[in-house]
Ligand binder design. Structure first.
Ligand code: 6PG
Length: 257
């Protein structure tokens, strides 16, 4: 059994530097994946943090450097709203990134937020199996990269504290009960996330500092801090954070990237 690589923590000066570092790393990862497997299979994150990264990917040099025609694009999770709704993770990526890059529309695999959550989850599982192989419930597919964020409550993707989705061991895609106000969500489950070759968690802002320190340096309690579920089977977990989010980490860890 090969040892699991140690998580990587990169602390960048600010949110713009996090986006720049992620964009540069993503370009290198995409080139490696295409060279090794002929394509790169990505899952985008929702929320606001990755917006700066998507804007960087949509402009030179990344726009012209990435092999967009070899990209299979998925999402880590989705709010159950129509694609044109301001809360749609797909809608945000479409506006900021997809309309600016030559990704093949047939290789954009969104979660259908306009459908009933359970139906959307089943359909997304079937799409994952169609594109990446395998069968729902069987060994999960391996993304080259899953981009994730972290909420101030320690959630990641749409895996929220206390959710039954946190202990899902069979389904690839979950449609957990609503975790509070706002629309229900559909999310990749823990099995698929941890099958990824690379998991990157982008965390910026002082409002996340206490939670990031608890997640990285506190006791393991994934029911309370679902982001602690991120432990790739054989892949690499990378934290890309800014100094504001790193403010509560032990001084020894706060060495800049
Ligand atoms: C979502 C995301 C979610 C997000 C965190 C952080 O759909 O909202 O998947 O997990 O990454 O809530 O959100 P911000 O980047 O907006 O802080």
């Amino acid at each position: 059994m090969t040892a699991r690589p140690e998580p990587v923590l990169r602390i960048l000066p600010d949110a713009a530097a996090v986006a720049a570092a992620a964009a540069a790393e993503l370009a290198a990862l995409a080139a490696r994946a295409v060279a090794e497997r002929g394509r790169v299979v990505l899952a985008l994150a929702g929320g606001s943090t990755p917006g700066a990264l998507y804007r960087r990917l949509a402009e030179p040099p990344c726009r012209d450097a990435l092999p967009w025609h070899r990209v299979e694009l998925f999402w880590g999770d989705e709010r159950m709203v129509p694609p044109g709704h301001p809360d749609s993770n797909y809608g945000m990526a479409r506006a900021v990134l997809l309309e600016a890059v030559p990704v093949d529309p047939g290789r954009v695999h969104r979660i259908r937020g306009e459908d009933p959550p359970e139906q959307a989850a089943e359909d997304y599982e079937r799409e994952l199996a169609r594109v990446l192989g395998g069968a729902p419930g069987g060994p999960p597919p391996a993304f080259d990269l899953v981009l994730l964020g972290m909420g101030a409550d320690g959630h990641t993707a749409s895996l929220f504290p206390g959710s039954p989705a946190l202990t899902e061991r069979r389904r690839w895609v979950v449609a957990p009960p609503a975790a509070g106000p706002g629309p229900r969500r559909v999310s990749l489950g823990p099995r698929v996330l941890n099958r990824a070759r690379e998991l990157w968690v982008l965390v910026t802002g002082r409002d996340k500092a206490a939670t990031l320190a608890a997640a990285l340096e506190g006791p393991r309690d994934p029911e309370r801090l679902p982001v602690q579920l991120l432990a790739p089977d054989a892949g690499r977990l990378v934290w890309l954070v800014d100094r504001a989010a790193a403010a509560c980490l032990a001084r020894s860890r706060r060495t800049p990237a």
